[in-house]
Ligand binder design. Structure first.
Ligand code: CP
Ligand code: NVA
Length: 308
């Protein structure tokens, strides 16, 4: 069963093939006459369930549009509207949904939830973000980097801010796609040690540098994310902001990176908190290409899951 649960548990060759296919599908859509339907409809006759236990704009819309572009049908389900949110077990939900649909994408809190869904489902399951990881995002990010600058292997990626779920998947991506990764942020918000160990075990150079200006020296790509994630307690907001303010991505920070460095953010951004509007809208930023590429990358992920 081709579940897409995490980058570090996937085959690097499969991940590379998905990126290549995503780029080819993006190009094919660009090349066709405006408004013409896609020729390629590999999901024809397939039903995709998209389950959200947390808010989403990009993941929701890009999976929905992507499946439809490939001829599939979708249903978007909110966890709280399902019996899942009212006591039905994950295992039973997985067994039932597998009788109706061909593919399940889930955004949830605990990593164990999506893993249990995959264990009991008889159809493929895709991780659409958990408290610990966000693998689909990093597929789009690798695709975006390579579209602009060529192979990401050997490049220096610097993460400035909270060592959160997106950061952990970036570390998994470092190991699988062969780039180096520097984290700069407060000690209490460092990325999880397993993700660092994974990247190192695959030969990536991973550095922790407390000083953000030193960290970004020689960076090919600078990345940040919100200072308060959906699973973080709102009561931690003020403390997190105070801790993370020195790690804001602004012009002074970008000036220390390579002149052709890119800036990425998975979005939604909190302008003038983790990143200034000037950087978001400036010459280094590729955040909207990144958002677009969620669509193309996830189309390739869905095809891989279904073997079509
Ligand atoms: N980047 C991302 O996953 O965005 P959404 O929360 O809008 O899906
Ligand atoms: N780290 C953020 C990512 C949102 C796409 C969160 O989990 O809220």
């Amino acid at each position: 069963m081709n579940h897409f649960l995490d980058l570090h548990t996937a085959e690097p060759a499969a991940l590379r093939a998905m990126i290549d296919q995503a780029r080819a599908m993006k190009q094919a859509r660009k090349d066709r006459p405006r408004g013409a339907p896609d020729d390629d409809r590999p999901l024809a006759g397939r039903m995709v369930a998209l389950i959200f236990e947390k808010p989403s704009t990009r993941t929701r819309v890009s999976f929905d549009v992507g499946a439809r572009q490939m001829g599939g049908q979708t249903m978007v389900l909110s966890g709280s509207d399902m019996q899942l949110g009212h006591g039905e077990s994950i295992a039973d939900t997985a067994r039932v949904l597998s009788r109706y649909v061909d593919l399940i994408m889930m955004r949830t809190y605990e990593e164990a939830t999506v893993q249990e869904m995959a264990e009991y489902a008889s159809v493929p399951v895709i991780n659409g973000l958990t408290n610990r990881t966000h693998p689909c995002q990093i597929m789009a990010d690798v695709m975006t980097y390579e579209e602009h600058r060529g192979p990401i292997a050997g490049k220096k990626v610097v993460w400035s801010g909270d060592g959160n779920n997106v950061c952990a998947s970036f570390l998994h991506g470092a190991g699988q796609f062969g780039f180096d990764f520097t984290f700069t942020g407060p000690q209490s918000l460092e990325p999880e040690t397993e993700a660092i160990a994974f990247a190192r075990s695959k030969g990536s150079r991973v550095e922790i540098e407390r000083d953000p200006l030193r960290a970004v020296e020689g960076a090919d790509l600078v990345v940040t994310d919100t200072w308060v994630s959906m699973h973080d307690s709102p009561s931690a907001r003020e403390r997190r902001h105070n801790q993370l303010r020195p790690y804001q991505v602004n012009d002074a920070l970008m000036a220390r990176a390579k002149p052709d460095a890119l800036f990425m953010h998975c979005l939604p951004a909190h302008r003038d908190e983790e990143v200034t509007s000037k950087v978001m809208d400036g010459a280094h930023s590729v955040v909207f290409d990144e958002a677009e590429n969620r669509l193309h990358a996830q189309k390739a992920v869905m095809r891989w899951c279904l073997g079509v």
